[in-house]
Design a protein around this ligand. Structure first.
Ligand SMILES: C[S@@+](CC[C@H](N)C(=O)[O-])C[C@H]1O[C@@H](n2cnc3c(N)ncnc32)[C@H](O)[C@@H]1O
Length: 322
């Protein structure tokens, strides 16, 4: 069960203690666990699969959504969840990593080629799977085939994509596991393809380009990389996003009347990621308790992951029935 609580948006971008204090609960929501029915194709660190039901609560409240935009889509967890529940008429998937967008396009338009490529690599990986991993990694860094990207995500350490300064995928193979079984992967790919086909547009590029035609009848779900997870020598994502650019983009979306749900900072145990966004954006800050973090579980700790959702006032009011 998720708990959603409202927090006041801090004055300025510093997230002072007073600005972070709880203001009271706006409600407890029971969400159906997503795993059983929503297809899961791309294992991706930072996936919002567990949070998707909480995010969908605000999409449902939006009523008739013409297009749901997910311009930082990664594993497309929110779009797949929304499409499964019919929460928008159309969907727009974007990411600046073109292999991600290429993968979703293939899943929707030619799922068999993705299924066959995955099964071929899986059958051929040999003891430990390392040989095929390195072949696929080298080929991906040369040709950027989205099907190799799926294989690398499924087979790399902790499913954690890493890119070097030269833009090359440089994560190693996980020698302890062999990746999702091909039959299961085939089912997931075909089910995701059915959800996306005929109702989804695919746009490789920067988030504001993906959102260029979004308007008041649309909703954008934004999950930018946390500043800090995408910078430094071995970044988790191939590209980062400066907080100032994010704020400027959110201002522009607000002026166009685009309703947004934004995952931004969060905390695990006592560790807080990111600063609060400025109050002038008119977004309501909520906290979603997503349970024990995968990292904490791996380390045998019991920290809980609490993520912030910033929600347009109109969506927040509608979700409360106002
Ligand atoms: C936190 S992950 C999104 C995870 C996603 N919500 C999921 O459920 O898997 C952030 C994504 O943003 C992409 N990205 C980074 N900078 C971007 C930019 N400026 N415009 C669009 N996408 C960007 C990364 O490639 C990465 O896939």
């Amino acid at each position: 069960m998720f708990q959603v609580r409202r927090r006041p948006v801090a004055e300025g971008a510093k997230g002072k203690a007073a600005g972070l204090a709880f203001q009271g609960r706006v409600g407890h929501h029971r969400f159906v666990p997503p795993r059983a029915t929503i297809p899961h194709v791309l294992p991706y660190q930072g996936s919002k699969r567990l949070l998707a039901p909480a995010i969908a609560h605000y999409l449902r409240a939006a009523g008739r959504v013409e297009r749901l935009y997910e311009p930082f889509c990664g594993s497309a967890a929110v779009t797949l969840h929304a499409a499964h529940h019919g929460l928008a008429q159309r969907y727009v998937l974007g990411d600046s990593l073109s292999a991600v967008v290429g993968l979703w396009r293939l899943v929707a338009e030619s799922p068999d080629t993705v299924v066959e490529h995955y099964a071929g690599l899986h059958a051929d990986q040999g003891p430990g799977g390392v040989g095929q991993f390195e072949v696929a990694r080298e080929r991906f860094n040369r040709d950027r085939d989205p099907r190799d990207f799926l294989w690398l995500c499924a087979r790399c350490v902790k499913n954690a994509v890493r890119f070097g300064a030269n833009g090359h995928f440089n994560q190693s193979a996980d020698r302890r596991r062999s990746g999702t079984q091909p039959r299961r992967m085939a089912d997931q790919i075909r089910a995701a393809g059915r959800l996306l086909r005929g109702r989804t547009e695919f746009r490789a590029g920067s988030w504001l380009d993906t959102l260029a035609d979004a308007g008041p009848r649309d909703v954008a779900y934004l999950d930018p990389p946390y500043f800090g997870t995408s910078t430094g020598g071995d970044p988790r994502y191939h590209q980062g996003l400066d907080p100032a650019q994010l704020v400027e983009g959110l201002r522009a979306l607000g002026r166009r009347g685009v309703r947004v749900v934004l995952s931004y900072d969060g905390r695990t145990g006592d560790r807080v990621y990111g600063d609060a966004l400025p109050a002038e954006l008119g977004l309501v800050r909520l906290e979603v308790d997503a349970g024990r973090s995968a990292q904490a579980t791996l380390l045998g700790r019991s920290d809980r992951t609490v993520e912030s959702l910033y929600v347009s006032q109109a969506l927040h009011a509608a979700a409360r029935g106002g």
